[in-house]
Design a protein around this ligand. Structure first.
Ligand SMILES: NC(=O)c1ccc[n+]([C@@H]2O[C@H](COP(=O)([O-])OP(=O)(O)OC[C@H]3O[C@@H](n4cnc5c(N)ncnc54)[C@H](OP(=O)(O)O)[C@@H]3O)[C@@H](O)[C@H]2O)c1
Length: 330
């Protein structure tokens, strides 16, 4: 279907800052796919903290590339049109895509690179699929690539700590970690203790208690791997809770994290702090979609908003208290 000259609803911002009040509803032309691109009708877009951190100016001057900017990169939808060089998709295909720094997800239509797009099995809803992209790929990459865990039951047992286990990244991390031979300790707020246990965590700590803020395992285990999904916990709190070769994968690295990383390297410390930034890859998205299809992991959705109320979803994510994912649906 040729959409040239047709208009769509979108939500963008045209300067740094402003939070949800900085978002503006506009009507603009539907974008045209380039040679290697797909035009998709968006069915769901999933908000991540990086989206509003870009608006705050935390990636300045790299992102956004220009104003006005339509935020959000994690999307699922249906292919409407393909560029002449696209080989593997056709109109009508259901897909999940990462738009990355180009953004475009807060709209009725968006263009995506073929190389950043994967087919979505019919068993996985658009909202569940879009939610997997940054949050799920980060969890998978942190556990398997950065921490080096092999997520099969036949491996030697590892003790894993997941901080902020109720959030977008954390809730996937707990479930993925439990696919391996792991004992999982998790931190979350009091209201989410049962929720996180039901994701598979073996023991759960309320982060507002003294034991929780000290990250002390109730059963006394020392952690081989920590997947750290929140902020404000210094190395001095992690260090005494680690096994002799324990690694902390820091998903929210500050300047101090890079300093600790460097000092540990210089001192040949066996305990390590590993700052990491994950960029979702198509094969990781495909792997996660299959795990959802097979019922091995699930997406938990905190809240859904229509595109007409995208700013409410944006505000919900900024508050930092979502349980699972925040989704916007045109
Ligand atoms: N490095 C990377 O490549 C990468 C990739 C993705 C995300 N990230 C970063 O990782 C962080 C988490 O992302 P997300 O999508 O999971 O965020 P999110 O969904 O917004 O996380 C919200 C959850 O975190 C919980 N929480 C907040 N502070 C906590 C604490 N001190 N201890 C335990 N739980 C706490 C909240 O629980 P309460 O409501 O009970 O407070 C809430 O359930 C963000 O800073 C994000 O930018 C980094």
């Amino acid at each position: 279907m040729n959409m040239a000259g047709k208009m769509m609803k979108a939500v963008w911002y045209d300067s740094y800052g402003g939070g949800s009040t900085g978002l503006k509803h506009v009507e603009i032309p539907i974008p045209a796919p380039a040679n290697d691109e797909i035009l998709l009708k968006i069915e769901a877009a999933s908000i991540n903290p990086i989206d509003w951190k870009i608006q705050k100016g935390m990636m300045r001057p790299i992102l956004p590339k220009k104003f006005p900017f339509i935020p959000v990169g994690d999307v699922a939808g249906e292919v409407v049109e393909v560029g002449p060089g696209v080989k593997n998709f056709k109109a009508g295909d259901k897909i999940v895509s990462t738009l990355g720094g180009a953004g475009g997800g807060f709209a009725e239509y968006a263009v995506a690179k073929e190389s950043s797009t994967v087919p979505r099995p019919p068993e996985v809803s658009a909202a569940d699929g879009a939610s997997l992209v940054i949050a799920g790929c980060t969890a998978l990459h942190a556990l398997t690539v950065t921490a080096g865990l092999n997520l099969v039951k036949t491996q030697p047992r590892s003790n894993v700590l997941v901080t902020a286990a109720s959030g977008g990244v954390g809730h996937y991390t707990v479930q993925l970690a439990k696919l391996g031979n792991t004992h999982v300790t998790a931190t979350c707020g009091a209201r989410n203790l049962e929720f996180v246990k039901n994701l598979g965590a073996d023991e759960v700590l309320d982060y507002k208690t003294p034991e929780g803020s000290a990250l002390k395992s109730p059963s006394g285990v020392k952690y081989d791997v920590v997947i750290h999904c929140t902020t404000g916990i210094p190395w001095s709190t992690f260090e005494p809770n680690l096994s002799p070769n324990g690694k902390v994968v820091d998903l929210t690295p500050s300047g101090g994290a890079f300093w600790t990383f460097a000092v540990n390297k210089i001192m040949f410390s066996k305990k390590q702090l590993l700052p990491v930034i994950v960029i979702p890859k198509a094969e990781e998205i495909e792997c996660l979609l299959n795990l959802v299809k097979e019922g091995k992991i699930k997406t938990v959705i905190d809240s859904r908003y229509p595109l007409s109320k995208a700013e409410e979803g944006w505000g919900k994510s900024i508050e930092g208290h979502a349980t699972g994912k925040v989704v916007v649906e045109p």
